[in-house]
Design a protein around this ligand. Sequence first.
Ligand code: FAD
Ligand code: UDP
Length: 370
Amino acid sequence: MYDWLIVGAGFAGSVLAERIANERNERILLIDRRNHIGGNAYDRYDDQGLLIHQYGPHIFHTNAKQIFDYLSRFTEWRFYEHRVLAQVDGTLVPIPINLDTVNTLYGFNLTSEELQEWFAGRAEKVDEIKTSEDVVVSTVGRELYEKFFRGYTRKQWGLDPSELDKSVTARVPTRTNRDDRYFGDEFQFMPRHGYTRMFEKMLRHRNIHIMTQTEYEDVRYKIPHRRVIYTGPVDEYFGFRFGKLPYRSLRFEHVTLDKPWHQPVGVVNYPQTQDYTRVTEYKHLTGQEHPKTALTYEYPSAVGDPYYPIPKRENQELFKRYERLALATPDVWFVGRLATYRYYNMDQIVGQALATFRRINDTVPRGAAG
Ligand code: FAD
Ligand code: UDP
């Protein structure tokens, strides 16, 4: 008899397995339908020995020292500040849009103060910022919005930015200085030996039993357990009874090139051309030295594994119906990006899992492992 059956070995499921095993000394069966642990953060060495991220580039960044300290128990870090260039009008320029972006694109020599005025002269007045279009046009105006955001967003989501919640493009700031880092967070690092190694260390415990290539439905009624932590899609758990929650998918094309470098930074975005959204070159992220180089092209898709909840009002309303069911389901805890239908980064998922653990500790009597 297991005390807990945890469905999904990504950040949500793994952090909870680690906490429960170490702090409550209870027995856990951790399963995943994929053939590996780590969820979407899984990384591996390709045929040529290059470390790649199977599900696209994962860069750890957070402002929460507590979350950084927690993960530091399981990995050493490599300092890495992520930089992204966008190919716009045939030129590679920094994104987030900054002083150099505008000066390069338009052949200007503006100062920060002059750029602020330039933006103010182009920004559109929007009474209430609701959509992903509103966020950008009200900051930098329509022309830069169309060059950098409209095409990329349509490709990535299959929707116009005017149909998406403001929170989507609000992830990307606008700057008037020369800061060209993608993230502004205080802690920006990569796990020195990769994410998978970090997960292995997190899950090494006599009370944690791991089964990969295992579906929840296959063990649900066969392997006795007292409680469940479920980190898969919430609509799937309830048999899609209110209809499918939309998730956006991606197809990843991994390529190895017989040359040391391909592009000047870790990621290049393609907002105007190509069917893919972005190209990642992992050696920039990992610091690995190798005569060859590995890239991933991301092709957005309506079908395939669920990667992104789609932030949009009617989707949120449908999710709320499932959430009401979830809250009324005893002894099952719903955690993570798919089960809570939130466009969360890794650090936010770790924070959510640690908060769930505190709630479990406050409400669930301990049952010591046999
Ligand atoms: P997941 O990692 O999705 O884990 C859920 C697991 O549950 C999966 O492995 C799945 O196989 C398993 N599962 C589901 N249903 C079942 C079932 N019925 N039975 C058995 N197993 C099941 N975040 C950042 O902070 N920085 C980044 O740079 C970043 N880049 C990203 C790039 C891409 C392309 C994507 C898609 C996401 C990115 N993220 C990034 C977000 C990050 O991947 C997530 O925040 C995090 O991985 C979510 O963890 P999770 O445990 O909630 O979900
Ligand atoms: N975005 C864009 N152009 C860019 C970068 C981002 O239009 O060059 C928009 C797009 O809608 C994207 C969102 O901003 O989905 C969030 O970008 P982020 O890089 O955070 O996406 P993620 O890494 O989560 O895929």
